[in-house]
Design a binder for this molecule. Structure first.
Ligand code: SAH
Length: 380
């Protein structure tokens, strides 16, 4: 798809960065990974999408007021102007429709949009999460400090228009630039969370949960990661940087035991809930820094067979890597959203007792520059 010719706000929106056909995007990503990781071994063909459109199951939009109407879009980073977006080829269609309905209902219920300059008004932004497998939808509204009494009515009217919406929440958000929900969430409709299913397991998704935005590719990624670990039911496993416990839970079905570690307290809470929901008795979840956790284990002389690591863009900390090589797990599966820091960490691991078995890129975000890679390593 030639993006620019189809999307009227391609340049202003900033959501897409690759204005070339999908096969060209995949070869660009392949070349990038070969450039960064090719010296460590053969890079297997990138796993792309059969249909690279409508993959985003999480959609966030800011609300504004223009020409007497409530509109939704993105704030321009350089100014206080809102670029209005009516449709986006990357978004789930239901999510786009829900945002449009919200604009219409806000007018009908006379809910004012928030004014960045005066701090007056109510409606700031919305995040819609669509559970692709279950069909359940969560709508989270970011609102200003001002009281807006008709919000509950608006939520009920939204559900009447879109019965797949299982819950609507609101949260006061004061950050001027960023569309992030405040800590306290008020439930306007439903019970504040939805369920989605990945690789046959149920996950609780609430307004603050971290959850991948492209469910089709997430399943492909997790399946490949667990397959590369070559588990046979006898191994002890660590899932480092576990988020809401997805990889550890999927791996637990063919492992002896899994210890998952995560820094973010809210994600840990979700992970524990997910362990309970899925009856995974061989999984425990710990709250803490992955590097500290590994160092403590190494200091106690503990051993483990397989380590999954899925760090944020900054990669693994040096403390994490040194403790890992001290513990000498037989296999490491490193999932990365930044091949540059992964290259740095692979240099350390290959210099300290590990050999690289497989490298495989995944396209989780078509039309953007983001690249995900899995690399499996084993002890020399
Ligand atoms: N494996 C998960 C999450 C990956 S995102 C999934 O696939 O969904 C990276 C995660 O690392 C985030 O949840 C983030 O909160 C967590 N994190 C960041 N720094 C960390 C640290 N120092 N120790 C442990 N977890 C950390």
């Amino acid at each position: 798809m030639e993006k620019e010719s189809r999307c009227p706000v391609y340049k202003k929106c900033g959501g897409c960065q690759l204005d070339v056909t999908y096969p060209q995007q995949l070869s660009y990503k392949m070349r990038t990974v070969i450039g960064l990781l090719g010296r460590f071994g053969h890079v297997e063909p990138i796993v792309g999408m059969d249909d690279p459109l409508r993959y985003r199951c999480k959609v966030s939009r800011a609300f504004g007021f223009a020409h007497g109407r409530i509109v939704s879009g993105v704030w321009q980073s350089s100014s206080d102007k809102l670029t209005s977006i009516d449709c986006c080829a990357l978004e789930d269609e239901q999510a786009t429709a829900i945002v449009a309905t919200l604009c219409r209902l806000a007018e009908q219920y006379k809910v004012r949009t928030y004014d960045q300059r005066t701090g007056k008004g109510c409606l700031r932004f919305v995040t819609v999460r669509v559970g692709k497998q279950t069909g359940e939808i969560l709508v989270a509204l970011g609102v200003g400090r001002e009281k807006c009494p008709p919000l509950k009515d608006l939520a009920a009217a939204l559900v009447a228009c879109h019965p797949s919406v299982k819950t609507v929440v609101a949260s006061v958000s004061t950050d001027r630039r960023n569309l992030v929900l405040g800590e306290t969430v008020t439930v306007l409709y439903g019970d504040g969370h939805i369920t989605d299913r990945l690789c046959g397991l149920d996950f609780t998704v609430s307004a603050h949960s971290f959850f991948q935005v492209n469910p089709v590719q997430t399943e492909n990624l997790y399946r490949a990661a667990v397959e590369m670990a070559e588990l046979d039911g006898t191994q002890t496993v660590i899932d480092a940087y576990c988020g809401v416990g997805t990889i550890g839970l999927i791996a637990s079905r063919c492992a002896k035991s899994v210890t998952a570690v995560e820094l973010n307290g809210a994600a840990v809470k979700n992970a524990k809930e997910n362990v309970r929901r899925n009856g995974a008795e061989n999984v425990r979840v710990l709250n803490g820094d992955a590097g500290d956790f590994m160092q403590d284990l190494a200091a106690m002389g503990e051993t483990v067979d397989v380590v999954f690591t899925d760090p944020p863009r900054a990669g693994c900390s040096r403390e994490f890597l040194t403790a890992l090589t001290d513990m000498k797990p037989r296999r490491v599966v490193y999932i990365s959203c930044n091949p540059e820091t992964q290259a740095r960490d692979l240099r350390y691991l290959t210099g300290n007792g590990y050999r690289i078995d497989r490298i495989r890129p995944f396209d989780m975000f078509p039309f953007t520059k983001h690249i995900e890679t899995i690399c499996s390593l084993s002890r020399k």
